[in-house]
Design a protein around this ligand. Structure first.
Ligand SMILES: O=P(O)(O)OC[C@H]1O[C@H](O[C@H]2O[C@H](CO)[C@@H](O)[C@H](O)[C@H]2O)[C@H](O)[C@@H](O)[C@@H]1O
Length: 386
């Protein structure tokens, strides 16, 4: 993330290396790419990306990688209310100034609901950092039972989907509510609630059986990449095995290489290992999230496309009386915020962040506990309508 200069308050931008996470790779932050183009076609999802020239990370590029990796998940200062220091006070003031542009969805709740009145709300929720707090160990990112109840209640009133970078199975295991829609692998693996049929005019579905023996519909936009992803996963596990703290996570259609628990002096090594492996795979792209490098197929699909797909499948697209709301905390959620801000399905993105950030969202919430308050407020509001 860049700290924008010339601002009285430092605001992090989320565009260090990828101005559009699907299309344009900025030279300054990613390994060297030439103007040669790789093309992938899958279910008519055509995408072009600039390709790597040599794949070699030189010193300059390594530094750029490092900047991006260091900045990818700042730890917000913990403010002790009884003993507030001047830098804490500045941080707090900066945050309050930022909320003028991205108002809190809690303090402006009445305003949001005045827009929602007479409309059907469709709710989209990211998982990590939104429903569960960010923790050191990715496999331990549990959701609290209070949060689960809040999600369960809200889903009684509004169609609700979980949209995550994780594999669909993993995020389902964490959330454990069969009445929701799930989109894993950054939206590339979509599942309907148990027993509910989902149709889309362009994408074909497969029918599967869930663990309760009920039918679920699956829409998988990157199936042809599975053998490649499996191979790359094994290569990444092997190539990073001697770097202490690295965790390579199989997200089915995508791979996450976590460096949160790697000593900072070894972060360029992590980047180098990843680059060494994926340089020979022009159909894969690399981006990053919160202390994680993400490897995904080059297809024109992301969380924003998944939101549009779900709205279309549910017959909720282009409807004046529908208000989609998407709550998320990470770079990949920006694609969904943008779709709701600029697309035909006008709605609100809500960014979960304790730090000022430039975003395509309209509103903000500080952390998962505020997300839970927001979900409860939605339920209370809906019930009050009778
Ligand atoms: O789209 P999301 O649901 O937000 O998933 C994005 C990635 O989240 C997970 O990693 C992040 O959370 C971990 C647990 O708090 C944390 O340890 C890690 O540093 C974060 O990057 C998940 O493990 C990834 O696979 C997801 O892609």
């Amino acid at each position: 993330m860049d700290i924008k200069s010339g601002h009285s308050s430092p605001v992090m931008t989320d565009s260090p290396q990828i101005s559009n996470s699907r299309l344009t790779v900025r030279q300054s932050r990613l390994p060297p790419y030439s103007s040669a183009t790789a093309v992938s076609q899958n279910n008519n999802l055509l995408l072009t990306v600039p390709r790597k020239k040599t794949g070699i990370i030189d010193d300059v590029k390594a530094n750029a990688w490092l900047d991006a990796m260091i900045a990818s998940s700042p730890t917000p200062a913990i403010v002790n209310k009884d003993n507030i220091s001047s830098s804490d006070a500045t941080t707090d003031m900066t945050y309050r100034e930022w909320t003028v542009k991205y108002p809190s969805a809690l303090t402006t709740f009445e305003k949001i609901m005045s827009v929602a009145k007479g409309k059907r709300i469709a709710l989209f929720l990211d998982y990590d950092g939104t429903l569960s707090p960010i923790v050191e160990e990715p496999d331990a990112a549990y959701m609290s039972s209070d949060m689960r109840t809040a999600v369960q209640n809200v889903a009684k009133y509004f169609p609700t989907a979980i949209i995550s970078g994780r594999s669909r199975d993993k995020v389902y295991e964490f959330v454990g509510l069969s009445e929701l829609y799930y989109a894993g692998s950054h939206g590339m693996d979509i599942m309907s609630p148990a027993g509910e049929s989902l149709n889309h005019k362009h994408l074909s579905r497969t029918v599967s059986i869930n663990e309760q023996g009920k039918d679920v519909n699956l829409f998988q936009t990157a199936s042809e990449f599975l053998p490649m992803i499996d191979k790359v996963f094994c290569s990444l596990v092997e190539s990073t095995k001697d770097i202490k703290g690295v965790k390579v996570e199989d997200n089915r259609f995508c791979i996450s290489v976590h460096y949160r628990n790697v000593e900072e002096k070894n972060w360029t090594l992590v980047a180098q290992c990843v680059d060494d492996v994926i340089r020979t795979y022009p159909k894969l792209r690399l981006t990053y999230g919160r202390k994680v490098l993400e490897i995904c197929p080059v297809i024109d699909w992301d969380k924003g496309k998944a939101v549009t797909f779900l709205l279309e499948s549910l017959g909720l697209n282009n409807c004046e009386d529908v208000l989609p709301i998407y709550v998320g905390d990470d770079r990949t959620d920006e694609d969904a915020f943008k779709v709701l801000r600029d697309g035909p399905n006008h709605g609100y993105g809500v960014l979960v962040s304790a730090m000022p950030k430039v975003s395509n969202a309209f509103y903000s919430l500080r952390d998962p506990s505020e997300v839970m308050e927001f979900l409860k407020a939605l339920v209370t509001w809906k019930r009050s309508l009778g």
